[in-house]
Design a protein. Structure first.
Length: 356
């Protein structure tokens, strides 16, 4: 293996590539992985020299604290390639900022911005051939950090590992989904870690979601933990509803993730002249709008799916259909975002980041 060293990052290239083992015309989401990954260890009170190494397994002691106390946070990003072969990221500064907000909440050390951005750029340049070019596909980028120090004592770890791994992926969702409004279980609570992208947040969602699937729904709409009256999130995504011609979404809080796609949708919608209201809204308001024929759209928003339209929702044993409207906000907004991401349109917001 050849070894290269930048001012920051040591690079060890893979002997051979796995590219020829992947059918890029039929990409499942997150199954395949690129030839390399970025790693950096935290030891003795500081981050060590970061490295890019061949994609490989991680070996941990059985007493590693990630297994016992769940100190783990992550981000979700995508890299895109335009018609000329240029590589872009979408608002990576937001992901860099947020992973440190998440880390701080879980008593984990913040990761240096310089290491994050330089490692990300070097990794994408090294594995640029893995970025798919078919419409709707992209290279999913997963930065994450976890407690790697050993010991059964219930306390923060003294060692951590930061990793960036990548996966060429097709579209996350296809078609509209049917959802169930949750009346018992909660995704997060006041004073908790709901605003952080902590691994445990998602583990706690799986059981209620599975119950909803058994009832014939694809996903859960989460409500507040106290009264279950207020709409908060859609599965692992932020949620938007269109009542009449007004787009409504819940404000972020210590229970709700400050989604990058969410804030991008709000900015684009306002730029399109759409009336946007960021406010708390209740299940009863949603039901009333559906009964009056005023609920025109409902969709989830997140990095993986960008926008996932919702076809209907269930609540207290009754199902409510949502119309499939022409020139929907969901379609318009998704096109605006993806056209920026794939460098097919002007980026008046300055969100597109060229990897060079």
């Amino acid at each position: 293996m050849s070894t290269e060293v930048s001012t920051l990052i040591k690079v060890e290239k893979a002997k051979t590539s796995k590219l020829d083992q992947v059918d890029f015309s039929n990409l499942p989401f997150g199954k395949h992985h690129t030839d390399h990954m970025f790693v950096c260890d935290y030891k003795n009170g500081k981050w060590q020299q970061p490295q890019i190494v061949p994609y490989q397994n991680i070996s941990l002691d059985p007493s590693a604290k990630i297994f016992h106390y769940g100190q783990s946070v992550f981000e979700g990003m995508k890299a895109y390639k335009d018609a000329d072969g240029n590589v872009f990221l979408f608002r990576p500064d937001e992901n860099q900022r947020r992973i440190n907000i998440s880390s701080k909440r879980l008593a984990m050390p913040e990761f240096p911005e310089e290491y994050f951005m330089e490692g990300l750029k070097m990794l994408l340049k090294l594995d640029s051939d893995w970025i798919p070019t078919t419409d709707g596909s992209s290279l999913y980028v997963r930065p994450f950090v976890f407690a790697s120090g050993n010991g059964f004592h219930a306390s923060p770890s003294d060692e951590y590992k930061f990793v960036i791994a990548c996966s060429p992926s097709g579209p996350y969702f296809s078609g509209r989904v049917n959802v169930l409004i949750e009346e018992k279980y909660s995704r997060s609570a006041n004073g908790g870690v709901g605003f952080a992208k902590a691994g445990g947040n998602y583990a706690g969602q799986f059981y209620p979601t599975q119950l909803a699937i058994e009832k014939g729904y694809q996903q859960v709409i989460w409500t507040d933990d106290t009264t279950h009256e207020y709409i908060e999130e859609a599965g692992a995504m932020n949620v938007f509803v269109r009542i009449g011609d007004t787009l409504v979404t819940s404000p972020v809080s210590e229970r709700i993730l400050d989604g990058v796609t969410r804030k991008s949708i709000i900015a684009i919608a306002e730029d399109e002249g759409i009336n946007v209201e960021v406010r708390k809204f209740t299940v009863h308001e949603l039901v009333a709008a559906a009964e009056k024929g005023m609920l025109m759209e409902m969709f989830g928003a997140g990095t993986a799916a960008v926008i996932s339209p919702i076809s209907g929702f269930g609540y207290k044993g009754k199902d409510y259909a949502i119309p499939d409207v022409e020139n929907s906000y969901a379609t318009r907004l998704k096109k605006r975002i993806t056209d920026i991401q794939y460098n097919r349109a002007e980026d008046k917001f300055g969100w597109r980041f060229l990897v060079e």
